[in-house]
Design a protein around this ligand. Structure first.
Ligand code: HEC
Length: 394
């Protein structure tokens, strides 16, 4: 009949913790009021640390019960718990120090300040436990968050490769990443909306407030899937309407996974998933547009020389040794002017000779540009007879 009592007291922890915080902060502040000789505030200060200590003890005990009954992990709570014990001991210590004194010594004031600091840190750790470590930073502007290094990188979702996707694990490499991307922000060990944690299979199997969310083999009766299909207006629709929604293919994959038994192991091929269903998760090998070059960036002086000659030249990308060269402001540029560029030949990746007077005779020079990637020859003297030779360029 009374077994509810201890868990219930544990749940009083979030209520009780505010007592020592308020009372001790009050006592600590009183310690810093100016005093001339005998300190008239001492009776209040003594009372504050005595009651504050008792309140800290009560908060600590209820906190311990909450840890026992609510499934918190020791690694998560240990600092907060130790901080709580130090705060309680510190409060009684302060009481002992001020009990028989008439004036507050500097030593006592330093103790009070340290106690305040410990109280603050302990409270902050407790807040992290209930609200998550990103509670404060979450609402800051993105720029400020990245400055503080607390920006949460969006989860990428599944990432498969062309060669190995068939042997990829359906749950670990596809389903969990889909849930991480769409659901984890609200359903994780720290933030369990609807009492549901979707960050691991073990947690999913525990279900949520309304019971089981997975029925192996039966997607329609698995809340984890069924809620995705509800009309968006339905307040039970998941994820909540204003949030990013999983794609149709992602929903279909979740369905397939549940129908194939909602198992931890098993490949995509074994679950009968076609390439079409997962195509968008296959990583494309991105080929850079310009050749990869070992050349160090061109010296600023040399770049300035080119500009002085009337050409426009810059690195194709910052830090690259390859150049983008444009002769658009130099309509008089002709074959014999090529010598200006001779020293940077190996660097030219983008060359715009449009509107200049170059002729077919220049093409043999162009053939020798190892990194040439973009070439523009509009409105020049080039007739095109020799352009076939450029086919040799890699
Ligand atoms: C923005 C926060 C948010 C996101 C994102 C979110 N949910 Fe929820 N979810 C909630 C809230 C709040 C509840 C509790 C209220 C309710 O039951 O509707 C809940 C409840 C649930 C429940 C019912 C749990 C129970 O037993 O009562 C399921 C199942 C669920 N969500 C699945 C999902 C899935 C699957 C996703 C991702 C595709 C998801 N949710 C994404 C906020 C979210």
């Amino acid at each position: 009949m009374t077994e509810f009592l201890l868990p219930f007291l544990g749940r009083m922890h979030p209520v009780l913790v505010h007592l020592p915080i308020g009372i001790l902060v009050f006592g600590i502040l009183l310690c810093f009021f100016p005093q001339n000789g005998k300190n008239p505030l001492l009776p209040s200060i003594r009372l504050a640390f005595l009651i504050g200590g008792i309140a800290a003890l009560a908060a600590g005990l209820s906190g311990f019960l909450q840890y026992q009954f609510e499934g918190f992990a020791w690694e998560d709570v240990q600092l907060h718990l130790i901080g709580g014990v130090i705060t309680a001991v510190g409060s009684f210590g302060m009481y002992a120090l001020v009990k028989n004194t008439e004036v507050l010594s500097t030593k006592i004031r330093v103790f009070a300040a340290v106690l305040g600091l410990i109280l603050g840190i302990t409270g902050h750790w407790g807040g992290n436990l209930t609200h998550g470590e990103d509670y404060f930073t979450e609402v800051l502007p993105a720029d400020l968050q990245s400055l503080l290094g607390t920006e949460i990188q969006p989860e990428k979702g599944p990432q498969l490769t062309e060669e190995t996707w068939e042997n990829a694990q359906l749950y670990a490499e596809v389903i969990q990443p889909i849930l991480n991307k769409n659901c984890k922000s609200c359903h994780n060990p720290r933030n369990r909306k609807g009492e549901l944690d979707l960050s691991s299979l073990a947690a999913m199997r525990k279900g949520g407030e309304e019971g089981m969310v997975l029925t192996a083999g039966d997607a329609a009766h698995s809340m984890l899937f069924a809620r995705l299909l509800l009309p968006k207006e339905d307040e039970k629709h998941m994820p909540p309407a204003e949030k990013n929604q999983p794609s149709k293919k992602e929903i279909a994959l979740i369905e397939r996974w549940i129908k194939s038994g909602a198992k931890e192991s098993g490949t995509l091929a074994a679950a009968g998933i076609s390439k079409k269903q997962i195509e968008r998760f296959i990583l494309k090998n991105e080929i850079p547009f310009y050749p990869i070059s070992e050349l160090a960036p061109l010296a600023v002086d040399s770049l300035a020389d080119l500009k002085e000659a009337g050409l426009f030249a810059e690195a194709v990308e910052s830090g690259s040794g390859l150049l983008k060269v444009t002769c658009i402001n130099l309509p008089t540029f002709q074959d014999s002017d090529w010598k200006i560029l001779a020293s940077v030949q190996s660097r030219i990746a983008y060359l715009d000779l449009s509107g200049t007077q170059v002729t077919d005779a220049l093409v043999s020079q162009l053939e020798a540009l190892p990194n040439l990637t973009v070439l523009k020859l509009n409105s020049t003297g080039i007739a095109g007879n020799s352009l076939n030779n450029l086919a040799k360029l890699t």
